[in-house]
Unconditional design. Structure first.
Length: 103
């Protein structure tokens, strides 16, 4: 449910005109949201992450090794404070400017 709520805010370039993909495969991992424009992954951490700290750390290290920035958001924050989550994303340094694209 929390992923659906956040997707409603990110889908169709609603957030800063960035193009986000949902459930994107990167390497051997599936990430919740990915924005190639700025090299950012957004992960909504809910109960599916319980007891998987080592796995999550390995995944994050792999993705960061690709030069990607990962933003973790608690599922309960999306459910209980979506406005606050969106304000945080609007001010997050990784989401301030798109990556330069070669022409």
């Amino acid at each position: 449910m929390s992923e659906v709520l956040l997707w409603q805010q990110l889908n169709k370039k609603q957030f800063r005109q960035y193009d986000f993909d949902r459930q994107r495969i990167i390497g051997n991992y599936i990430v919740d949201f990915f924005c190639a424009d700025c090299g950012v992954i957004i992960e909504v951490d809910g109960s599916s992450h319980d007891g998987k700290t080592e796995y999550d750390n390995e995944r994050d290290a792999y993705l960061e090794g690709l030069g990607l920035n990962i933003i973790h958001i608690e599922a309960r924050d999306v459910l209980n404070n979506l406005d606050g989550v969106m304000k945080m994303l609007h001010t997050h340094p990784a989401l301030r400017a798109p990556l330069p694209r070669g022409e």
